[in-house]
Design a protein. Structure first.
Length: 240
């Protein structure tokens, strides 16, 4: 099975202490079966905006998406960060324009991938500055756009924003006050730590399980059969 992960530094695994701790590798392990290994095609780089990710797809062979069984998309954090100066200055018109551009880029990414076949999952964005009313307002705008894209295109929605709400201090590496004044050009407290990556993976997994209840039923039955085979028979126990 081929799994394609699209995104920026979060998808790349930034701030995870080991690559195995990243949410992408956690999803890889979740989908792996004894007779079905899962391979990851990672199309993500730190610093990528939605526009840069969209442009990068021109370098990905169509056969990659044609062979993939599932694709995850989590993008937009750097669009938000690059708009931070306008957000701090209260330039709402500029921020709304950035949001509209992000919406257009995400829609184009989705259309590109969906025409080639794999099931697609898209994530909302958590807010690393939850104590800033402007950051809250803008993140909500962006996430409404993400939810609309998911609904219109029949994508599975991983509502990461909802999961992170109230847990930012636990799940964001270097979290300070949760205000825009924490913003730095280098070393921003915006990436998930190991627990944050685990939380993101669980949101994707819950969305997947809700959409594939029969798969989960079959998986539980297989697990029960395996347990029965491994359990000692009464005659064996008596012999011991």
């Amino acid at each position: 099975m081929l799994y394609v992960a699209l995104g920026d530094s979060v998808t790349f695994g930034y701030s995870a202490t080991r690559v195995e701790q990243s949410f992408v590798r956690r999803l890889q392990r979740f989908w792996t079966r004894p007779q079905r290994p899962v391979h990851v095609y990672l199309q993500a780089k730190p610093g990528w905006t939605s526009k840069q990710l969209l442009r990068s797809l021109a370098d990905v062979q169509d056969s990659v998406f044609a062979e993939a069984k599932v694709t995850t998309l989590m993008i937009g954090g750097n669009d938000l960060l690059r708009g931070a100066p306008w957000l701090i200055n209260g330039n709402h018109a500029r921020m709304l324009k950035i949001a509209e551009q992000l919406n257009d880029h995400v829609q184009q990414i989705v259309q590109h991938v969906r025409t080639l076949g794999p099931q697609m999952m898209i994530a909302t964005l958590y807010n690393p500055f939850p104590q800033s009313l402007l950051a809250v307002e803008y993140t909500q705008i962006v996430n409404r756009l993400v939810r609309r894209v998911a609904h219109r295109n029949g994508l599975l929605l991983a509502d990461v924003a909802q999961a992170f709400e109230g847990r930012e201090q636990e799940w964001i590496e270097g979290y300070r006050l949760g205000r825009m004044k924490d913003f730095r050009l280098i070393g921003n407290p915006v990436h998930p730590n190991n627990a944050g990556h685990a939380a993101i993976a669980q949101v994707f997994i819950r969305a997947w399980r809700q959409a594939h209840p029969q798969v989960q039923k079959d998986r539980r039955q297989t697990s029960k059969l395996r347990t029965r085979r491994l359990a000692p028979r009464a005659s064996d126990a008596a012999a011991d």
